[in-house]
Design a protein around this ligand. Structure first.
Ligand SMILES: Nc1ncnc2c1ncn2[C@@H]1O[C@H](COP(=O)(O)OP(=O)(O)OP(=O)(O)O)[C@@H](O)[C@H]1O
Length: 819
């Protein structure tokens, strides 16, 4: 029970105020807050109250024992010891409540609009009885329903509670003045920014990049035969890699690199930059006579920013080295045991692909890690390396290599590739490269002054860019219907970018439940199996799940599609296996953070969905660049809400060709499995209810949703300077955003769960000794079984683990595991 009392009165003695305050704190029962000044008539006002929930214990009468000062206003303040004690019993409390009662309402000061679907349980029950669904236009912003309190009452309440910090701003419609003021401030800020000659590093590093669309096609008419390389390499390119023609960037870069020049390469996503250095490395090393042996150490070093890119690049080298078996490619990507990697290094690697952090670690701790023989050095995705904070690591490696080259008096060829050439990348290029040749989509020429290069990005012409302008609470529902629509229209692979790993994790569970499990059956989590049956075995569960899936095919939206998730804090085994399986699968949906935005090359990926906007403009370009690669076609859709429309203007100013699409189209088109709905509004209501019911049945999922909601808010606060004014937290309707996550609680209380501190969280999560939801997407069983066998005690594996160490930390404290 929460009760707020305000006991006020004037005071004639200031000295005793402090004393009495201390006193009242020490005796105040939890849930009460009151003030009173000694010497005056105590006046109690009940501002609001909440009925105790059934579970909560009824308060004992002792809880209401308040020490009030003298009831008579003319009484002088008395010393502590002489305070008169008067008991306010349950009865008096009730009387007080009865006298001043305001309508029942949770103590949250800012109420959220009454949503007939979400909050009106009575209505819902009645409707269900009648077997009729209310028709609600979800597509419109609801009109605020002020029936709980009128404006005056709310104003009063707000001023009384003005001391309480409010993490949520007022709703936009109610806050016109504040909005205007904010706009003024923003304009001033912008003016200031344009006038100010000094720019800080971040501004420098997120420059207003220009965009140009690729004019020509990706490929030239030149065949791979035109390259001056070994005949076996040409045969290998044609037969193993299926490359016949050169891309523009390859045609320009490869001959110069074969001549031993340092290169700075910038070109559109998917234009074949990897081959520009990989082919040259293999060609140069295979030429060395006598043939290199693996114990002669590392001869080529390639640094990439992420583990997936590391594995991907290593696989390209494996293919290119096929005709030259004495060249041994290898990779170090972190996440693996240092011991295993040390053993690999000891065995000998000729071409090493690595992430910078792990490389530096081995340079310090591993004796066999030597860079003395390095002849070629590549920095791929240099801008991303710097963004991820690897600047020092990269500089350390550059220095080490320069030292060796000086000692041995030999030249090391260096190649730097970057999608964007920010000031920092240029600075790094200046440090690393010597009289480089600059290659982009259109040109290749020697560059004297790197600073002269513009900072434009090129977007492949094969990408069709669309946006949805949709109400915030519709995001998830539209996503489901869009996925079903696209998959049934022949899409093979879809990549969805989410803001943080918590948001990925929650949506993975929710989408698996919606799209790949029986639509009408209640979900079963591993926990419920383990709890209900002592002898239950995961094997039984999997078998049962498989059998019921087979029976229910008609009841499943996407029975043959596997859903994957990928984010930075997953274990190495998970990350690599997810990435490989998604690449190899015929159809699939990958939910990810920006960890997959750069460099990843997934064949037949025809749609990229951005569930939320990227925090930096260049990430927009990289995200959409996962589709329409190597001259193929693809499409990209970004989900925005009406208050984010400035982002579209911003994109158009950058010459990005983006058009609006009707988000209701897919909802109107797709049918819910085994369900007949009269209109699309009914579909929306059914889907929203399903989501909410799912959360109410599954506490674990509800907690995930709450964390995801909170981390979304954190993400929203951290947009780059360039984009910050377009994504204003003050303009988000928190209630609607919470609805979108299937949450019915007041947004403020959701966030509080994670702001309470360690004790609060422990309390909240004390029942969760097994927090891994075991969704085994169909077709994914084998890999799951493999994983399970590897980790005999399943409940202790990291499968599905989500902690906060990834590239997009949500800023939330990590959940502590129960001992
Ligand atoms: N000459 C070629 N002929 C056919 N396909 C090619 C050729 N060169 C590269 N590709 C293919 O094009 C795709 C993109 O190549 P790559 O990953 O090297 O692009 P990228 O420019 O590095 O992209 P990003 O900037 O996104 O990292 C790959 O699937 C690769 O196999």
């Amino acid at each position: 029970m929460a009760l707020l009392l305000n006991i006020t009165g004037g005071s004639s003695d200031n000295s005793s105020k402090k004393e009495s305050k201390n006193y009242q704190q020490s005796i105040a029962p939890s849930g009460f807050s009151f003030e009173f000044n000694p010497g005056e008539k105590a006046k109690a006002t009940v501002l609001a109250r909440k009925r105790p929930s059934k579970k909560e214990e009824a308060p004992k009468s002792n809880d209401f024992k308040l020490i009030a000062n003298n009831e008579k206003s003319e009484d002088k303040p008395k010393s502590k010891g002489s305070k008169k004690e008067s008991k306010i019993t349950d009865k008096t409390i009730d009387e007080l409540i009865g006298r001043n009662a305001e309508p029942m309402k949770p103590l949250g000061i800012f109420e959220f609009p009454d949503d007939p679907v979400v909050t009106n349980k009575k209505n819902r029950k009645n409707q269900q009885k009648k077997n009729e669904l209310p028709v609600v236009d979800f597509t419109k912003e609801p009109i605020r329903n002020d029936r709980i309190m009128n404006a005056n009452e709310r104003k009063k309440l707000k001023t009384k509670f003005s001391k309480v910090s409010n993490p949520f701003p007022n709703e936009p419609s109610k806050n016109v003045k504040a909005k205007k003021q904010q706009e003024k401030d923003q304009n001033k800020q912008q003016e200031h920014q344009t006038k100010s000659p000094k720019k800080d590093i971040q501004e420098k590093d997120s420059p207003s990049l220009g965009v140009q669309s690729q004019n020509s096609s990706v490929f030239t008419i030149d065949s791979v035969d035109s390259l001056n390389i070994h005949q076996f390499s040409i045969k290998n390119l044609k037969e193993v890699l299926n490359f016949h023609k050169l891309t523009h960037v390859q045609q320009r870069a490869i001959p110069s690199a074969l001549d031993g020049k340092d290169l700075l390469i910038r070109s559109a996503t998917g234009s074949g930059k990897t081959l520009c250095y990989a082919l040259v490395i293999v060609e140069k090393l295979q030429k060395i006579t006598p043939k290199l042996t693996r114990n002669q150490g590392i001869h080529a070093l390639v640094i990439v920013p992420t583990r997936e890119l590391c594995v991907q690049t290593f696989e390209v080298f494996q293919k290119l080295c096929k005709p030259f078996t004495w060249l041994v490619p290898g990779y170090l990507s972190g996440g693996e045991k240092r011991k295993t990697e040390k053993a690999r290094l000891r065995n000998g690697i000729t071409i090493l692909v690595t992430t910078p952090g792990r490389l530096c670690d081995h340079l310090i701790h591993t004796e066999s890690m030597k860079l003395d023989n390095v002849q070629m050095f590549v920095l791929d995705e240099a801008d991303r390396l710097l963004e991820l904070g690897y600047e020092n690591d990269v500089k350390k490696v550059v220095d080490t290599i320069a030292e060796h080259s000086k000692k041995a008096n030999k030249d090391i060829q260096k190649i730097l590739l970057s999608a964007t050439l920010s000031a920092k990348v240029k600075e790094l290029a200046g440090l690393t490269l010597e009289s480089p040749i600059y290659v982009d989509n259109e040109n290749s020429n020697t560059i004297n002054n790197l600073m002269e290069i513009d900072e434009n990005i090129t977007i492949p012409s094969g990408i069709k860019q669309k946006y949805f302008m949709l109400p915030p609470r519709m995001r998830f529902i539209v996503l489901c219907s869009l996925l079903v629509q696209k998959m049934s229209h022949g899409s093979r692979k879809i990549l969805i970018f989410f803001p943080t790993q918590h948001v990925v994790d929650y949506h993975y569970d929710a989408l698996v439940e919606f799209l790949t499990q029986s639509f009408t059956k209640k979900p079963k989590t591993a926990k419920s199996y383990l709890n209900n049956d002592d002898d239950a075995d995961i094997d039984d569960m999997l078998e049962e799940q498989e059998e019921s899936d087979d029976e229910d095919d008609g009841n499943i939206w996407l029975p043959n599609v596997t859903i994957f998730k990928l984010f930075g804090s997953m274990t190495q085994i998970e990350r690599v296996s997810v990435f490989r399986e998604f690449k190899a699968s015929k159809t699939g949906i990958l939910l990810c953070t920006d960890v997959a935005a750069r460099g990843l090359d997934v064949p037949q990926l025809d749609l990229v969905i951005q569930y939320s906007a990227p925090q930096e403009f260049c990430n927009y370009v990289h995200r959409i660049g996962r589709t329409a690669r190597a001259g193929n076609k693809g499409s990209a859709i970004i989900f925005l809400t009406s208050n984010e429309d400035k982002f579209i203007d911003f994109l158009r100013e950058k010459n990005i060709d983006i058009t609006e699409d009707d988000y209701t189209k897919s909802l109107k088109e797709v049918q819910l499995p085994n369900m007949k709905t009269r209109n699309f509004e009914e579909k929306i209501i059914t889907l929203q209810r399903k989501l909410e019911d799912l959360l109410s049945e599954d506490e674990e999922l509800r907690i995930k949703a709450s964390r995801a909601f909170t981390s979304w808010i954190c993400y929203y606060k951290t947009f780059s300077k360039e984009l910050r004014h377009m994504f204003n937290l003050h303009e988000i309707h928190m209630g609607h955003l919470a609805n979108n996550f299937g949450l019915r609680d007041a947004p403020k209380s959701i966030v509080r769960q994670f702001a309470k501190g360690e004790e609060g969280r422990k309390e909240k999560n004390k029942n969760f000794d097994f927090t891994h939801r075991v969704h085994v997407p169909r077709g994914d069983q084998r890999s799951f079984q493999r994983l399970k066998r590897k980790h005999a005690d399943f409940s202790k594996t990291n499968f599905g683990k989500t902690s906060n160490i990834s590239e997009f930390d949500s800023g939330l404290p990590e959940l502590k595991k129960k001992k």
